[in-house]
Structures are given as C-alpha cells and as structure tokens.
Write a protein that binds this ligand. Sequence first.
Ligand code: G16
Length: 544
Amino acid sequence: MENKTISTQAFSDQRPGTSGLRKKVSVFQQPHYLENFVQATFDALGGVKEKQLAVGGDGRFYNREALQTIVRMAAGNGLKKLVIGRGGILSTPAASCVIRKYGLDGGFILSASHNPGGPHGDFGIKFNTANGGPAPEKITEAIYQKSLALGRYLTIENPDIDLDAQKHFMVGAMMVEIIDPVNDYADLMMELFDFPAIAKLLQEKDFAFIFDAMHAVTGPYAEEIFCRRLGAAKESLLNCAVKPDFGGGHPDPNLKHAKDLVRIMFSAKAPTLGAASDGDGDRNMILGDNFFVTPSDSVAIIAANAHLIKGYRNGLKGVARSMPTSCALDAVAKELDIECYETPTGWKFFGNLLDAGKLTICGEESFGTSSDHVREKDGLWTVLFWLNLLAVKKISVKEIVETHWQHFGRNYYTRHDYEEVESGAANKLVNSLRERFETLCGAQFGLLEITQADDFSYLDPIDNSLSEHQGIRLIFKDKSRIILRLSGTGTSGATLRLYFEKVEKNPAAMNLETQAALAELISLADELFAIKKITGRSQPTVIT
Ligand code: G16
C-alpha cells in the first residue's frame, strides 16, 4: 500500500454554502474535484494525524464512489480511525449522534439534502466538527481558502473496501470500523421518548400513522424505529427503499414534492398523523388529517409542550429560530420566561448556543426542528415528538395546533420561492432594495406601515463572530414581516426566497386560508420588489 502525493490544480468554486458544498454530480465527477475539497478540509483542520472521523451519506448517486475516495485519502493523510456507516449510509442526525457518542473529531456527510439525486442531479459534502454539528463559518471559510491554493493531495493506492459488512479492518495504518448506521440513533430516540406509550397509540383502532421516506436515507431508520421497535404496521411506511436517484423524485418533504403522502393525508380516509423526511433525514413535514402544520408552528408547539415529553421534563434552557422563521416561537418563550435567540439561516448558527447550554429546542421554517440531543436538525426526532405528543394529548393534530393558536395567537406564514432565477437579476433585485432602506422606513401602504427596513446581521453571543447580509427585513407596525434572501443551497442560478408573516391575536380570525390571510403583504412585495420586471417571473416556483 503505497502513499501517494498527487499534483492538482485549485478550483475556484469550492466555497461551502448554507450547508456544505453542493454541486451537480457532473461537477463532482471532474478529476480531482472531490479530492481537492477533502484535502482542503484536512488541511484546514491542521492535518488529521491521530484524529478519528466518521463518514456516511444519504445513499444518493456517487455516494459509494465518493466514500471510497475519502477512505483512501483519509489513510493517505494519516488518519487514525475512520468510522463508516454500513452501506455508506448515515443520515445527517445519525452522523451527528455517532460523532458525539464515540467522541470523534468530526465527520463527512455525503449529501445534497433535499436536492434531487441521480447522475443528472446534485451531490454534496459537508464537514461536521467534534460537537456533531455543521462546521461553523470560520472553518468553512478556512476550507475555502485552502481550496483556492491547493496544489496537491495525499492518498494511498488501495482497492475499494467492502462497505456492506460490519467489521473492523486496517487500510494502511488507518483503522476502519463499519458500524450499523441505525442502532446508535434509534437507541438515543428511546432515551428521549416514551416508546411504550407510542407503541400503545399505534395499536389503537381509531389511530393511523403514515411515514414517507421518499426513497431517501430514513427508510432503514423508519423500519427499525417505527416497525421493529414500536410495532407499527409495515403498511405505515411508504418509499423506504433507499434509491440512488430517490426513485426519480425530489426528496423534499413539502406539499409540492411529498406527493404520495399529501394525496393520502388530504383524502376522505386520511390517517391521524402523516410525516415525511428528506434526502439526508434532517428535514420533516408534519400533517394531520387534511391539515398541514407549518414548520414555524411545529417548533413553537414542540417548545410549548416539551414538558410533557420524557426527555424534556426538566424544562427548556432556551429556544432559537432562524430569522426568517415566524415569531410563533417567541410567544412561547415569553410565556415560559426563557430566551428566544434569532440566528441567520443555517443550522450551524445554533451550534455555539447549544454547546454553551443556552438552548434546548431550535427550529427553522425550512422544515427543520431538533433539540440539544444532537447538533443537527432531526426529521425522525420531530415525527417521534409528534407521535409522543398525540399519545399524551389524545386529540387530533389539528386540535393541537388550533388550541395553540387560541392561546398564543396565530402567526400566518408562507414562503414563496423563485427557483433558478438568473443570478444577475436576483442580485440586482436584492441590491436595489438595500439602497432603498432609508425611504422604505416609515413608508405607509394602506394600513401597513414599515417601521424597520434593514439587512439582518448576527453577532454570535458566544464567540462574537459577526455574520452580515443575512436577509432583508421589512418589519411593519403590526409586527407583520416580509423577508427576502437568496438561498445558499441551490445549484443552478439563484433562488429568491420571500417569507411573509402576519400575527393574528383575534380568535375569530384564525381560520383563514394562509395565502388569503397574507394577500396584502404578498401584493405589496410584488409592487415594492418589482419581481416580475426584474426577474421575468410572475409566479413563485414553490409555495410552502
Ligand atoms: C440547509 C440548512 C438549513 C437551512 C436550509 C435552507 O438545510 O441546514 O439550516 O435552513 O438549508 O437554506 P437556504 O434557504 O439557504 O436554501 P438542508 O436540509 O438543505 O441541509
């Protein structure tokens, strides 16, 4: 087994986005592209000699090939030990769990999350640190800087390893351990939730549950947790075979892409709870019988009811949401008399607060919720939380949400995405708004008065790092908000995200259709941002 130093040329486009480096598969298949990023990461860590890392992915196309490359490079760089999920599989929350449980120095997760897979789809790689969470900006920036100057990478000559048997072996001087990708994570879930109560609920005649794994990574996790450990019927699970192209689907658990589940949940014989998860298992969608739970409400309801759930009986240290997420969580924090932190979009921004013991629950509008049990958002954790809550409350999902609104008020909320917009046009739109903050502040449009127009920036209270330009905010006198930002996870052109929120405290006005309730704000945004004129688009691509 010969150590090799391979000469390479730097690529200029390896700056990680909101969550790791995501590109078309064909970009990753270019000679040296993946190798350069992996070497830049090792170099940014100051080398990996004596370190122990994990690696696994969401099973998408190129997962196994990339993993073999990482094995050879890890050995070539002198890594002490590499822990691999059997079959190359580790969901994002399971990777976080494994890194924490075994005290590893970090790990690679091979995933482009909810982006489509297959040879013409997307691939991605992200690095998580020893706390199990996404590398913070100072590390991702260091990786990028290393990638710009890279002239060589280290590897060894070694045949592909067998990824499918659970065992220990050596690759050169590096120890490899292939672990069951599901067990550690499933054990952790059993510590947090009342499995006997959920198992009992699943057997009740008038209760039905359905989970859609969307042919992505949560299939084997769902089979182990819901069927083997909780006794759910096999028929409760949809699309559990992990497929490299996600069965041709788009593994994003929202009303547009989780089609099979949505059809069932919005039918005459809908089950009590329906849920779906994304490519790498960190996102979730929660549906009741003919009812959609908006993710911003889900995290608020989770926080408000956490004291009823085994792992959270001792109360919450604090909560956090990303800036575009609705302020429903803030109302809960106020009543619980705990801090609610507002961070930029990206799970990595919760990491410091979680590590400092300031937070228990956090969530984002982008279908992400989790707690301090790992350092990633966690799709199945959220589904188990809702199952456990239903077992305690014995009312429907809709009743849980409506009771919450009656108590805390309803934050009407929607996100409009304009995908694959020409990048120049998207930047023009954002920049022209930035130039108008002064005139917008104080402007009146009908009954709507803008009291704040700015660009969100975040000073991390733990390490004092400053993150600027994290989204444009128009905040109105009645606390309504319009937020505009560019996505950091797309792979073609730019994705414009517009977020609309209106707070309703009048119990008699809480049952409007969401788009109708927000219609005034939506048409104001059309007018103020000149979306059609600048981008040529008259409709959003996706509404959630
Ligand atoms: C990632 C991040 C999330 C973020 C989401 C959307 O999720 O982990 O924190 O909210 O992207 O980001 P953007 O609006 O920039 O596209 P995932 O599930 O794609 O890893």
